[in-house]
Write a protein that binds this ligand. Structure first.
Ligand SMILES: [Zn+2]
Ligand SMILES: [Zn+2]
Length: 145
């Protein structure tokens, strides 16, 4: 038995599959508050799972590569769909074993099967408003406003 997770970009030109041995722990969520992730995702932070590079296979389409720099001057390989713009993966240079996958691109069922939030990186760059997530005083609506 293995655990598999599937996902796609918004337009579904690109689909992927992650196959992990059953013995591997369920991938947990890692948030990144770095400035580049804010720009890359257009959001307050990126939400990710980190999986072995060899477990990830693109099953449809090929993402476009953008070579980014981190704040230490190191290269970060970021991939995205050239058609709809969804960010898909990122990988710091020197890291060839693990790859970061944007958890929002997982299919609903696969996303539901991920583990808990386990880590927040670049915590010092966290947007102040994110402290209100899950707190009182925020209007909560199911569906659009
Ligand atoms: Zn797309
Ligand atoms: Zn980041």
């Amino acid at each position: 038995m293995s655990q598999s997770f599937t996902g796609s970009c918004l337009c579904k030109n690109i689909t992927y599959r992650i196959d992990l041995p059953a013995s591997e722990p369920v991938p947990e969520i890692v948030l990144c508050h770095c400035t580049n992730c804010k720009h890359y995702t257009g959001s307050g932070f990126s939400a990710n799972i980190i999986v072995p590079q060899t477990s990830l296979n693109f099953t449809e389409g090929t993402p476009k590569l953008y070579l980014d720099r981190n704040d230490r001057g190191g290269q970060v390989r970021r991939t995205f769909c050239a058609n709809c713009g969804s960010p898909l993966t990122s990988q710091p240079s020197g890291e060839d074993r693990m790859i970061v996958v944007k958890s929002g691109t997982l299919d609903d069922e696969s996303r539901a099967n991920c583990g808990k939030l386990s880590m927040e990186i670049y915590h010092q760059r966290k947007d102040r408003w994110t402290d209100a997530l899950g707190q009182e005083g925020v209007q909560r609506i199911n569906g659009m406003w």
